[in-house]
Write a protein that binds this ligand. Structure first.
Ligand SMILES: Cc1ncc(C[n+]2csc(CCOP(=O)(O)OP(=O)(O)O)c2C)c(N)n1
Ligand SMILES: [Mg+2]
Length: 557
């Protein structure tokens, strides 16, 4: 190993993060990344210590989703790295612009307990991998990682062997250009013939639906798709990840798929044309293919040709940026005087669409000891401000906040579920809060996911950040219990003794309360008005209330 008489690479890398405009670094330190993290802090970067590497990477992911900046995390080599894998897969699948600075064993060292082929594992997560193997290139490697994350919206793992980090940095005076703000690079204009074909289909359609997904949000295509819907007479709807993109539009179907309101679920199968913009048309959105009528034509618009037709066959593929395609199609559609929009945007239709989940009747199953999760979530909705970020974990409970709580825009719904992992939600939410502290971050989690990530409640208490954590506590892996029926074996494998989350939260310096009936929700309303630090609400939910449509979603579990 070379001497480190001058400045080691680890020091230069930490300083370079500040130069690149990185404001937050999430991590768990070990000997392999301590110096780098310390140098970053000395250079003005805020370090957020997570209690588990999965929390650290989930935080960076949540932060990137709300801040529009590159999320940056750092972990120790070997087990520190492998602990980070689950949120890394989530980020890679979600195309979150994120850089994980992972220490690695010294080059060629197979004897260290920490030794592992990290590059192979990192590649298997779907992340882009840059292995820094020469001290002279370390800063360029970091620059490349940040640029790739930012411009291509990729999750990047930068592997930093400890011997490389210890070497003398070649160009300590080198400054990185600011690269921390994420961007969307538009692909070229869509091919004319595919625009023509889309226009032809829209002209022939009497009941078109335009669906926007996360790709449409990233491309800023909301206004263009709205306009296209107006000129063609289409209804608009979104995937879960684009929730609220068309909020307040009188012809908004809301979220399609599993979270669709019964009204929306009745209307969409009547569509004769579905055009998806930046939406993968996965099983969530299409209810395992059941949502669209058998004779409906399906057109998919995506800037990534490899994303088209992955989940279901489509009739027409249009490669292009969602906003550019919607603009081009709307222009061409309106330029022809013979074109009349479909007749499906009527006052009667908009009246029908006013009926949302809140208007659907249900039998309240609350008991003296446990509250019906629907009753709780509806009461909660009444005491939340408009400007919230909802960052949810995965589990059976997920449906209640998703259907009853409104968010102001798609950035307000942080739904890190591309890998459908339980246990990342709390970390994601902490990052989401730091990425956009002006909004109240509401964090629905289950008791199972909550206990999987319980250490991050300490992070929350330590940060004293005003997040509202809602533990939908059925003392079970409810998704599994409902999936496998209320059998004896399901109880043995997936039911647990009661956990007092309010007490657990208090032990970590958070406020903690328990909700068993509607009147208890007043305590949340009181907290919302002042928001003095984090509040963890242990909601003792009645476990017999089952979301029927989640049976479909959990089919693959
Ligand atoms: C990391 C991980 N482990 C296991 C699963 C399978 N799984 C899906 S939902 C679920 C239960 C989660 O329980 P909880 O957080 O209490 O939510 P609930 O379903 O009870 O509402 C499990 C174990 C998963 N998706 N991810
Ligand atoms: Mg549970």
């Amino acid at each position: 190993m070379a001497d480190t008489p001058h400045q080691p690479v680890s020091q230069s890398l930490g300083e370079a993060l500040a130069d690149a405009g990185v404001e937050h670094l999430f991590g768990v330190v070990g000997s392999g990344n301590f110096r780098l993290a310390a140098a970053a802090v000395a250079a003005g970067v805020r370090y957020v210590a997570a209690r588990h590497e999965a929390g650290a990477v989930a935080m960076a992911d949540g932060y990137a989703r709300t801040s529009g900046r590159v999320g940056v995390a750092t972990v120790h080599q070997g087990p520190g790295f492998t602990n980070a894998l689950t949120p890394l897969v989530e980020a890679a699948k979600s195309r979150t612009p994120l850089v994980l600075l992972a220490a690695d064993s010294a080059r060629g060292d197979h004897s260290s307990n920490f030794a592992l082929d990290q590059a192979t594992i990192a590649r298997a997560t779907g992340a882009t991998v840059i292995a820094s193997s020469d001290a002279r290139d370390a800063l360029s490697d970091l620059e490349c990682a940040m640029t790739t994350a930012r411009e291509q919206r990729r999750t990047v793992v930068l592997l930093l062997p400890i011997d490389v980090q210890a070497e003398s940095a070649s160009s300590t005076d080198r400054r990185l250009t600011p690269t921390a703000t994420a961007s969307h690079r538009r692909v070229g204009s869509p091919a004319t013939d595919s625009v023509d074909e889309l226009v032809r289909h829209l002209r022939a359609s009497s009941r078109p639906v335009l669906i926007a997904g996360r790709g449409a949000v990233v491309s800023g295509a909301g206004p263009s798709i709205r306009r296209l819907a107006e000129v063609t007479g289409a209804l608009v709807g979104t995937t879960a990840l684009a929730k609220s993109l068309f909020r307040d539009d009188p012809f908004d179907l809301g979220v399609l798929g599993g979270f669709a309101s019964p009204t929306t679920a009745r209307i969409v199968p009547a569509a004769d044309l579905v055009v998806a913009f930046g939406a993968s048309l996965n099983d969530w959105t299409t209810r395992h293919g059941d949502l669209f009528g058998r004779d409906a034509s399906i057109i998919q618009v995506d800037d990534d040709p490899t994303a088209i037709g992955v989940h279901r066959a489509v009739d027409v593929a249009v490669v292009g940026d969602a906003a550019s395609v919607a603009d081009a199609v709307a222009d061409q559609f309106s330029s022809s005087p013979k074109t009349a929009p479909s007749s499906w945007r009527t006052p009667a239709m908009s009246e029908r669409l006013r009926c949302r989940w809140r208007d659907e009747p249900y039998d309240d199953r609350s008991t003296a000891e446990r509250i019906d999760p629907r009753t709780f979530t509806r009461a909660l909705a009444d005491c939340l401000p408009d400007e919230i970020t909802m960052a949810s974990d995965s589990g059976h409970f997920v449906a209640w906040p998703a259907i009853y709580l409104d968010v102001p825009d798609p950035a307000g719904f942080v739904f890190a579920q591309a890998f459908q992992s339980v246990g990342l939600g709390l970390g994601t939410a902490i990052g989401a809060h730091l990425g956009r502290p002006s909004r109240l971050t509401v964090v629905p989690i289950g008791d199972g996911g909550g206990l999987m990530s319980v250490g991050e409640l300490e992070t929350l208490g330590r940060l004293a950040a005003p997040l509202l954590v809602l533990v939908y506590n059925d003392a079970a892996y409810g998704a599994e219990v409902h999936h496998f029926g209320e059998s004896e074996i399901a109880s043995e494998l997936a039911r647990f003794p009661e956990t007092d989350f309010a007490a657990v939260a208090r032990s970590f310096g958070c406020r903690g309360i328990t909700v068993r009936r509607v009147a208890d929700v007043d305590q949340i309303a009181d907290w919302v008005s002042g928001r003095p630090g984090p509040l963890v609400v242990d909601v003792k939910v009645e476990p017999s209330v089952v979301v029927s449509f989640l049976e479909e979603a959990f089919r693959g579990e």
